[in-house]
Unconditional design. Structure first.
Length: 452
């Protein structure tokens, strides 16, 4: 009997030890890991990645008259190395002149043709006017001859005198008409010369403008500074082989490195939290040990879609406080925008929060050996934690995951939220009744049409 009792006691001990081992393993698996709700400072931080650029810079412009000659894009044939310190007047870039060279050749041909037309017209009009003047002189002599004939015929028969008078009148009329025709022809030839002269002048001006434009394809630095390539519409730097547009012929920039910006983009969910003046903590990927500060100076009102992304984002500019020689354009930054700061608030990890029917948010509270399912009112959140406005106090033990057997437990609701829930239920009920009434009306209308 004593042996049996000892064996029984040993079996019970093994079972008890096994129970606690299994329970300990479950706890080790994370099913019963708990944390304490804490009260203190809470910051809503929005973490983004940005890129440094100068707040202001001098633009190095390409030719400004490209559109006048129907040239809309020009390739960069060669360009100085990015990051190079240049002086005013130094060579920056050379643009590909091939398209303009073809147009210059066509303009030269056009100019030669207009010059030839001008010379030909000038010779023709000179010859015509000389002939017209000779004709006037001859007609004037003819009038004088007819006057002499009339004077000599005064002793002739009346018929002869009459004929001499008629011939004199005809000569005078012909001379008068010739003078009028000379004036008209002079005006005509003058207009012809003005026309060909204008055409020649236009062709010459266009040719000269092209030649002047050709000289501006060698681009010089307008000021001294560090050369930084301009970024195109796709975000890539414009270098050798890239195209510049006739509407925006900027080749590169000379930034003012004394005031730097971190240009970043915030998604459409978080942008509503961003306001100008908010402080920002800035880190440099190139110098992880260096910490900078700044503030938000502008938030875009219109979103945009970045390359290789389907989400809409909004540009946010952060001005870096102070200046540092280590800061260079295009450096990558890590930005922590402090959108909101709350003091003396209870906050818990986001892993503690669970939801039911997307309307009730609750946590699992550990109270000694008991576990309860408690509704909470959630306030501000950040990437890791959430503020609890009601339902949890400082120091409350909470489960990070759902404890065993508590998934279907009843939630202890907050009394202060009952009114809000009742109002939401009333709105949903009214909407459902209106939808049901609308369906019945459509059904009745269909039956009446069928009966007709």
């Amino acid at each position: 009997m004593n042996k049996k009792v000892v064996i029984a006691i040993g079996v019970v001990a093994v079972v008890v030890i096994g129970f606690f081992i299994v329970k300990g393993n479950k706890a080790a698996d994370g099913n019963e890991i708990t944390v304490k709700a804490e009260k203190g400072l809470f910051e809503v931080r929005i973490n983004t990645t940005g890129e440094l650029e100068a707040k202001s810079s001098v633009k190095i412009m390409g030719p400004s008259g490209l559109r006048n000659f129907r040239i809309y894009n020009v390739n960069i044939q060669s360009i100085a190395e990015e990051g190079k310190n240049v002086k005013k007047g130094d060579w920056i870039a050379t643009l590909d002149p091939s398209e303009l060279t073809n147009k210059i050749s066509d303009a030269q041909t056009e100019l030669d043709q207009k010059q030839s037309q001008y010379t030909q017209t000038k010779l023709d009009t000179t010859l015509q006017m000389r002939q017209a003047r000779d004709e006037l002189i001859n007609l004037e002599y003819a009038v004088e001859e007819r006057k002499i004939v009339l004077e000599q015929s005064k002793f002739e028969p009346p018929a002869t005198i009459k004929q001499a008078e008629i011939d004199l009148e005809k000569a005078k009329r012909a001379y008068t008409q010739a003078k009028e025709n000379y004036k008209i022809k002079h005006e005509q030839n003058k207009a012809k010369m003005m026309e060909v002269s204008a055409a020649l002048g236009k062709a010459r001006r266009e040719f000269d403008a092209m030649m002047e434009l050709r000289s501006s394809f060698n681009i010089k630095a307008p000021e001294s500074g560090m050369l930084i390539y301009r970024k195109g519409w796709d975000g890539r730097p414009m270098k050798e082989g890239s195209q510049i547009s006739a509407w925006d012929p900027v080749v590169a920039t000379l930034p003012d490195l004394s005031v730097m910006l971190s240009k970043t983009y915030v998604n459409e969910v978080d942008v509503r939290k961003i306001k100008t003046g908010q402080p920002v903590e800035i880190g440099l990927d190139a110098f992880p040990e260096k910490k900078l500060t700044g503030k938000v100076i502008s938030v875009a009102n219109v979103g945009e879609q970045r390359p290789n992304s389907d989400a809409k984002v909004f540009q946010v500019d952060v001005q870096v406080d102070g200046s540092d020689p280590l800061l260079k354009p295009s450096m990558t930054t890590s930005n922590a925008i402090i959108a909101q700061t709350l003091e003396d608030v209870v906050h818990i990890p986001l892993e503690c929060l669970h939801s039911q029917n997307d309307s009730i948010t609750y946590v699992f509270v550990k109270n000694g050996m008991k576990v309860s399912k408690q509704e909470v009112l959630v306030g501000a959140t950040n990437t890791d934690e959430a503020v609890i406005e009601s339902g949890v106090d400082d120091g409350t033990q909470l489960y990070l995951s759902i404890p065993d057997g508590m998934n279907d437990a009843e939630v202890a609701l907050l009394p202060e939220l009952d009114g809000k829930r009742n109002k939401e239920e009333e709105v949903e009920q009214v909407a459902a009744e209106e939808s049901d009434l609308s369906k019945r009306k459509r059904g009745a209308g269909g039956r009446m049409k069928t009966q007709k």
